[in-house]
Design a protein around this ligand. Structure first.
Ligand code: GYE
Length: 329
């Protein structure tokens, strides 16, 4: 690939220095470089962690697509910590990768490191979550869902299913993360037009099944617990945890309490088949092809769209049985 040899031909003393420093400091980090040919595209991917079934499927999509294209992927798992992501990004600069892919755990706090990457001349692809920066030139493209729209769809489904009357608990995603902020915003926007729809409990369950269960237990024990008629979870994993909590408390999920969540992972389809989850808003994690189409274009110096929206449907209980076997994740 022309662009890669062009990049390699540029002598960057700072990069060499950083590479030495990085060897000293990051020698035993969690990075797993793949082993492709010397002239293949090198892409650094800073992944958030493995909080949900969605995230695991996303990692799989990125890794398998890189392997299929012979791309040398340097994968780094941040274990939910922004500081680990920033460290990984600096290590990618030091390694002089051709393109950086970042799935940012939270929305803010990225400007300084994105500037460092920009100074090093490395294009950045934001994968599945956006960042809040004042200068949009700090990244090349953002590939991911419209999470505000996902929140609106969940709310509209609930308004219709509950006939405009519901006492709602909300399980939010990771605090400060783009999908948590946006899925809350979109949901509230729609229910604002329906005075009979009230959110009486709202707390983060960190996008995990375990926290979803714990927080739902606390909701049920709260004074508002016995009045709840609906649950909105920002992802399926938290809904699945909450379903467990409801059952343990003798409340029938999907019947006594209507439940809508986001992602449409296989576990959500299983819960819908069992009548325990009512609906899920699709958000596909299978975005490896979009990400590497963009990475290859950027490395070749070609333009890419600043925003690539990944779309999804809404699935309800009565569709679940016929679709479950064809779900890709
Ligand atoms: O919905 C959730 C995951 O950023 C869109 O992160 C992604 C979200 C996804 O942990 O399950």
């Amino acid at each position: 690939m022309t662009s890669i040899s062009l990049r390699a031909a540029r002598f960057r003393p700072v990069s060499y220095l950083l590479a030495l420093v990085s060897l000293a400091f990051f020698g035993c980090s969690r990075e797993t470089p793949s082993s492709s040919g010397a002239d293949s595209l090198r892409v650094g991917f800073s992944q958030i962690g493995a909080e949900s079934a969605w995230r695991t499927a996303n990692t799989e999509s990125i890794q398998s697509e890189a392997a299929a294209r012979g791309i040398d992927l340097v994968f780094s798992d941040a274990q939910q910590k922004q500081e680990n992501q920033i460290r990984a990004l600096r290590s990618f600069i030091a390694q002089d990768v051709d393109v950086i892919v970042l799935a940012p755990v939270v929305e803010t706090g990225w400007e300084p490191v994105l500037r460092e990457i920009q100074r090093a001349g490395i294009p950045v692809i934001l994968s599945d979550r956006k960042v809040d920066v004042s200068d949009p030139s700090l990244y090349a493209t953002f590939i991911g869902p419209d999470s505000v729209e996902e929140g609106r769809k969940a709310a509209q489904w609930l308004v219709d299913a509950a006939g405009g009357e519901a006492v709602i608990a909300e399980l939010q995603g990771t605090p400060g993360s783009a999908p948590a902020l946006a899925r809350h915003k979109g949901f509230m926007e729609v229910i604002a037009d329906h005075p009979g729809m009230k959110v009486v409990k709202s707390q983060s369950g960190d996008f995990t099944r375990a926290r979803g269960k714990e927080v739902m237990e606390a909701f049920l024990k709260s004074p508002e617990g016995k009045d709840l008629t609906a649950l909105y979870a920002h992802n399926d994993d938290m809904a699945l945890g909450a379903i467990q909590a409801l059952e343990e408390a003798g409340v029938q999920p999907g019947k006594d309490i209507l439940i809508v969540s986001v992602d449409a992972v296989r576990g959500a389809f299983e819960a819908m088949v069992d009548g325990k989850l009512n609906a899920t808003v699709e958000c596909t994690p299978i975005i490896g092809d979009y990400v590497f189409d963009a990475a290859e274009a950027l490395a070749a110096g070609e333009p890419v769209d600043k925003r690539i929206v990944v779309k999804g449907a809404v699935y309800e209980q009565d569709q679940a049985a016929s679709l479950i076997d064809s779900r890709p994740y």
